[in-house]
Write a protein that binds this ligand. Structure first.
Ligand code: SF4
Ligand code: SF4
Length: 314
């Protein structure tokens, strides 16, 4: 079993770093680490408790399917809400038992091992950050670090890996690719800082579109969504059934609705309606302002008249 404590150290998991356990060396894809985790280690499953494991959208899809329940039930039973990477973007983390253990751990190991979350797979490697930009820029900026805790005996084993080999062994490249749109949204939000907070409605939409594919699908097909956005028939066919395709679509939708990108096209008719609404609002505002001005003018004239009459009487 590979462990997950990087979840409590890496930015990926949205947790504060604990510098005393992070080795102060920047690692690249070709750096080497010595580590091996297997059921024979004396610390087996010790790392599956007292941790914060943020779930990525792809983790949620895999886990709820593995357990055989819908997203509503999965979120309710196994997760608790959290804000991701010190932003106002909501997500979830695994809800630990009252003993502080992961609900999926047993003495034999992880019950859902082949679907374990990305945070569990990364350990003992942490990824320092995620950046927007081209793939080349992202790869140059990306670096890793090693988390080394006293209780983890995996570091005393002989097996040596490059970071590249570790990520491949843990199937992280594919998973990171599927979560990339989500990470980019979080990083983009983070770069805005606290000056611009997301509205409650925007937060709810982000939460739904990244944690609950059934609800998001219902929103697309049973609301005015398709009257507003242009979506190719081929895409519609895919997202009707396929959660992964729907997740990728949710990234485009969120980027365009929260950050105003042009990833999704709004229907011409809607643009016209919106322009008319705005013009009407502007028109109303001008009309209201004129009314107020006229009333003030009338009051002023009346006051002047009264003053003149008073002066005459004196
Ligand atoms: S999901 Fe599995 S590997 Fe991750 S903390 Fe829980 S039991 Fe451990
Ligand atoms: S070796 Fe480390 S990662 Fe593996 S079970 Fe022990 S504490 Fe967890």
């Amino acid at each position: 079993m590979t462990a997950q404590d990087s979840a409590r150290k890496s930015e990926f998991a949205g947790q504060d770093k604990n510098p005393s356990h992070i080795l102060p060396h920047k690692l690249t894809m070709d750096s080497k680490i010595r580590f091996h985790c297997h059921p024979g280690v004396s610390c087996f499953t010790e790392c599956c408790g007292h941790i914060n494991i943020i779930l990525t959208p792809f983790d949620i899809i895999g886990l709820r399917k593995r357990i055989g329940i819908d997203s509503d039930e999965f979120l309710l039973r196994y997760t608790k809400p959290v804000y991701i990477q010190k932003t106002d973007m909501p997500g979830v983390q695994i809800h630990l038992t009252k003993e502080g253990r992961c609900p999926f751990v047993t003495e034999e190991g992880c019950l859902i091992y082949s679907d374990r979350p990305s945070a569990c797979r990364y350990y003992p490697v942490g990824m320092a950050d995620f950046h927007e930009g081209t793939q080349e820029e992202q790869d140059t900026e990306k670096f890793f670090f090693l988390v080394k805790e006293d209780y983890c005996k995996g570091h005393e084993e002989d097996k040596v890996w490059t970071i590249r080999e570790w990520l491949a062994d843990q199937e992280l490249e594919k998973r990171d690719e599927l979560n990339k749109g989500w990470m980019e949204l979080v990083m983009r939000r983070k770069s805005f800082g606290y000056q611009a907070t997301l509205s409650e409605q925007a937060q709810k939409m982000f939460f739904m579109a990244t944690t609950n594919m059934e609800q998001f699908r219902d929103f697309i097909f049973n609301s005015s969504f398709l009257h507003t956005y242009v979506v190719a028939e081929e895409t519609l066919e895919k997202i009707k059934e396929d959660d992964i395709a729907l997740l990728q679509f949710s990234y485009l939708y969120l980027a365009s609705s929260l950050f105003g990108t042009n990833d999704l096209k709004i229907r011409e008719q809607k643009v016209k309606e919106r322009t008319r609404e705005m013009a009407a609002k502007r028109g109303n505002a001008e009309e209201n302002a004129k009314k107020v001005y006229d009333e003030l003018q009338r009051d002023k004239e009346m006051m002047q008249k009264r003053l003149a009459e008073k002066n005459k009487a004196v």
